[in-house]
Design a protein around this ligand. Structure first.
Ligand SMILES: NC(=O)c1ccc[n+]([C@@H]2O[C@H](COP(=O)([O-])OP(=O)(O)OC[C@H]3O[C@@H](n4cnc5c(N)ncnc54)[C@H](O)[C@@H]3O)[C@@H](O)[C@H]2O)c1
Length: 273
């Protein structure tokens, strides 16, 4: 594992209750950063599987502390501007500042575009796209006011690079995250802020197991890009949370100081096909 020195830095991670977000929080802590761990800790009506609980978020905070770093736990819905603004203020009050924003929170569900109810569309766009904008807006303002640079990394998807039947709303958000990333990279460059996106292929998390349980294998097979093979490597179907965290760490580090506005596939070759 590469070594980065994040001592004295503060990371703010969304969707940190479990899976990739928890792994990012642990990785930031392992490299010496204190971590603000945030999550909605309740379900979203049109999403068919359970999201993280308060206990899950508390466990992530414990894991950060196990790495010898400070953790601040905040329950926050990325869709709600008042909650995001209050969480960013609390993080700055308690931790002194924010250096890294990790926009990881997201949901995944399915319906054909000609059948999808409006609420399902809206809840997806609000979580996966508006949420990235709201967190970037409020942490971005802090970066500008503080005048000491900053890093924003957001999770797009291989679905930010290709289409997929039955997930047009998800695909639209993940393409949108890349457009937002490029725009923020241009707007924030003069403040020494790097803004990048990561595009994972299938990662073995509760999102995928919850989706598969809700819709069944038939829907997974119909979805083309989201059904196998998700990898060009023999014997590899899905990748692991740590594979995405490693990209986050590099993009948050000085090793990537001149990398901005990119959408980095960590997709086991899936989108090369
Ligand atoms: N798992 C995959 O195959 C895969 C592939 C590509 C991209 N992604 C993306 O990676 C990110 C992390 O996904 P994961 O696989 O860890 O899923 P997950 O469902 O295990 O974790 C997502 C976390 O986000 C939280 N969350 C959801 N809506 C929220 C909201 N409105 N406000 C705050 N928190 C909220 C959930 O409670 C949960 O803790 C997501 O953006 C997802 O779209 C996942």
């Amino acid at each position: 594992m590469p070594e980065y020195d994040f001592s004295g830095k503060v990371a703010f991670v969304t969707g940190a209750g479990r899976a990739q977000g928890r792994s990012h929080a642990q990785h930031y802590a392992r490299h010496g950063a204190d971590v603000v761990v945030t999550d909605i800790c309740e379900n979203i009506e049109t999403n068919p599987y359970d999201l993280s609980s308060s206990d899950d978020l508390a466990e992530t905070a414990n894991l950060v502390e196990d790495e010898g770093q400070e953790a601040l736990k905040i329950e926050m819905d990325v869709r709600e501007e008042a909650e995001v603004e209050a969480a960013v203020e609390e993080a700055i009050d308690e931790m002194g500042k924010i250096d890294f924003l990790a926009n990881n929170a997201g949901i995944f569900n399915a319906a054909d575009m000609t059948e999808m109810p409006e609420q399902q569309w809206d809840e997806m766009i609000d979580t996966n796209l508006k949420g990235v904008w709201l967190c970037s807006k409020h942490v971005g303002k802090h970066f500008i006011e503080r005048g000491d640079g900053g890093k924003i990394v957001s999770t797009s998807s291989a679905a930010g690079l290709v289409g997929s039947p039955s997930a047009g709303h998800y695909v639209a958000t993940k393409h949108g995250v890349i457009g937002l990333t490029k725009t923020l990279a241009l707007e924030l460059a003069e403040y020494d802020v790097n803004v990048n996106a990561v595009c994972p292929t299938g990662v073995d998390t509760e999102m995928i197991s919850g989706f598969a349980e809700a819709y069944g294998q038939e829907m997974m097979d119909e979805m083309g890009a989201f059904s196998g093979p998700w990898s060009v490597f023999e014997g590899v179907d899905m990748i692991e949370e740590t594979d995405i965290s490693e990209a986050y760490m590099w993009l948050s580090s000085d090793a990537a100081r001149y990398v901005t506005g990119i959408a980095l596939p960590v997709d086991a070759g899936m989108t090369a096909k």
